[in-house]
Design a protein around this ligand. Structure first.
Ligand code: HEC
Length: 131
């Protein structure tokens, strides 16, 4: 193979690797989930007296969620890496929880997050609930 061809092949290979690495980078709390939480949840789950003692304000949510017991259903944790069905946070946003209301709550009831945001949260948990 000529030098020029070899360079081309190498460049192509590096390009393909970059694309694959990007496609496979797991979702992270900071980049993919926290923006949703700050927008839809932190008004209530933040400040001086966060609802249910759950403080999801900037920089605090991850530590407060992963492996931490739910107040409402103490036999469950809020986020169990790899397992949305065993993550009480997921049940709350999917409106499948047995206690209280679905999240996010509103003045008189509750609403559902847009489908794309629900999928981001679900996939983040499935992919290992990375920081
Ligand atoms: C308008 C205020 C309000 C908003 C907005 C809100 N919550 Fe809540 N949240 C509450 C209240 C009040 C409770 C306790 C009563 C209940 O569950 O309905 C609660 C309870 C919870 C619990 C149970 C905590 C535990 O330890 O068992 C989770 C998890 C939760 N919220 C997550 C969220 C998420 C995620 C969002 C955003 C998508 C959100 N909440 C938005 C008020 C709110």
């Amino acid at each position: 193979m000529k030098r020029k061809e070899l360079t081309l092949v190498v460049l192509l290979f590096v390009g393909v690797l970059a694309v694959v690495a990007r496609a496979e980078a797991p979702l992270s709390y900071a980049a993919d989930v926290e923006p949703i939480i700050l927008k839809a949840c932190a008004d209530c789950h933040g400040g001086d007296s966060p609802k249910k003692g759950l403080d999801l304000s900037q920089g605090k949510g991850f530590e407060r969620l992963l492996g931490v017991k739910s107040q409402e259903v103490p036999e469950m944790v809020l986020v169990k890496a790899g397992d949305p069905a065993a993550s009480y946070l997921w049940l709350k946003v999917a409106h499948a929880a047995t206690q209280g209301k679905g999240m996010p709550r509103t003045l008189f009831g509750s609403k559902k997050l847009p489908q794309a945001e629900l999928e981001a949260i679900q996939n983040w948990i499935i992919q290992g609930a990375n920081p």
